[in-house]
Design a protein. Sequence first.
Length: 698
Amino acid sequence: MLKPILFTCINVLLFLAMNNQIVFAKSLSFLKSKEEINIISKPAWLEIKNVNFYDAESDDLITAGNGFTKLSHSKEINKFVNVQHPTILELRRAKFNRFINKKTGEGSLFGFKEDQLTPLFDGKIPGTEVQAYLNDNSIRVALLLQVPLDFDPNKPCIIAIPTIDSQGIYNATDMQIRGLWGLKHNCAVVYNDKGLGNALYDLNKQQGYLIDGSVAKRAIPEKPLIFSNSETLPPNLVTNRYAVKQLHSQQNPEQKWGQYVLNSLEFAFYYLNTMYSKNDQVIFDKENTIVLVYGATDGAGAALKAGEIDNNGMIDGIVAVNPQIQITSNQQIPLYIQRGESPEEPLKTKLLIDYTSYGALYMPCAVLAIKNSELKQSIPYIDRYFFSQNRCEALKNAKLLDSITVEEQANEALEKLYAYGWSPQMINQLPFYYFTQSINLPYKYISQYGRYNVKEHLCHLSVASINQEILYNMGNVAPLSKTNFALLWADNTGSLPIRTQDNIIAVDLVNDDDPKGPHQEFYSRSKNSANIDYNLAGAICLREKIVEDRVLNGQKQVFATGNLHSIKTIIVHGQLNIKHLPDYTSRSYAALNSYVEGHSSNLHYMEVENSSYLDSLVPFDNTLLSINYYGNSAMDWLWSNITKQTSLPDSQIIRTSVLGRSSEKDSKMTKFILTPIAQSAKRENRIYLQDGVIRLPR
């Protein structure tokens, strides 16, 4: 009984306070001429779909009513009254159902702060949520605005979050780490899916998803899907097959990622003004509102690109964590790197599709050498490779290896990976990385840049549902059995493979050229092979595609310029990131920025030891540290600089150690190993950026 009364009192007080503030702020408009008064104008491209208010009792902005205690206790099984027809609220709650592993420091050092939570709210945040679309010709970009009840119109702030990887606007990682940071600072938070989103399309039943997760048919115009496919396809590309927006839309939205971030901010300003203005006058704009952009991986790349095209000073600061960012090799802009006391050397750049397709060739063979290495730490998933010998021999037969014995071939494959950018300190991650990614990563970007459609059947690979039985499963194509299309929206991360909540792969890339019929790519044979060789032919095919004109043309459209217009920017990168190799992403970008902007640069680069893209998740919770801790810390530094004029930290390597064991009490030790960012870095940790040169300490 007390909770409804308490909420009523809080709402009344906030309403009165906000109206007093708004009247005062707007009273200044009488001092302006008519020409100076801005009128609220809805962007022509904006379609607002749904608006909901959550009271933080049964539902909320950040946990969908679950609360921190429930999320941090154990992984909850998603519950649906009718699994064939889940409700919108059930799907939304399932999207927020992410196990929070307190051992990583989340819940104490970043994210939810358990000691600051009250039993009444338990981390739940009340407020308004607005779903919308950006219509950019044929490209639909999903937008989501969250306005906390504690939004302060007298101190307005907006945090823009381009979503991580290929995720949609509803993803718990962004929302409960980056979004939570913004909401806790009483800021409005606006997400955009970068034109990718949670966009799976059932080719057989011709159905896809609406922005809220509802299933709808392609032929219903009043219910526009996030993505649909209208091609006429042969039966072998329809039965149990799916199209994915990033892979098959032929749109290459990455070329406009920066613009979509600015569009999302325009949407946020528009809606906040309509929400709080008593008339049609603009009361929030870039002059009186703090605007920050905070993204990770692909979202971090989008954040940096937004800074590059922000010519009007809308953005006050950027934090980019493990950015997927690419620069072109330009002889007119020489870049160099110095490692420790070694002399400067040219900083070689490689494209994402280059080093990921190269890694896909050799990793399944190199696993044998990793298995025989004398690593002190564990090597997760090393025991799941039963056919590495076949891959090594197939590489030899294809003249991609020279060695004679399988052992020598594996060592040669590993040495090739070292020469291409991976380091010996990374190799314990490689078996897990390839087992969980296979060739999905290079396939995704090659298909996107080349603007391939489903019918073109790139490298004889397609997206299909596979056998979901745990035993005797070799990845043959089969109908969905452990889940259904309606539930897949809750499980889909936007990237392949799609796993059910029981961690069973339901949808993945399949090799349609397998002599024994279409099989999951990881368990398949090359076209003329009798043995499983992890589809070497498919890996070779993708490798050959990266030099085709159509792929290179798409690649050229996504290059970064390095010009951030002096925007305060902090890049945080895991030194052991095997997915976005530091030399080819953050280090190259930081060096380029120092050349392009010179002394006007406001970029600060943090490189974190013992951190990768995996963010200390099981099975790496004892060997890798959370990069998200450092992302939130960078936001704290940026916020303090903007609101209190404190100095931003030096560019630096952050020296860390790891847990190295698995007892429950290790969670209490996390604060001792998560070394904080230093405002003034010691000389032996300092990174120097100047005139196209990046100098890393030993």
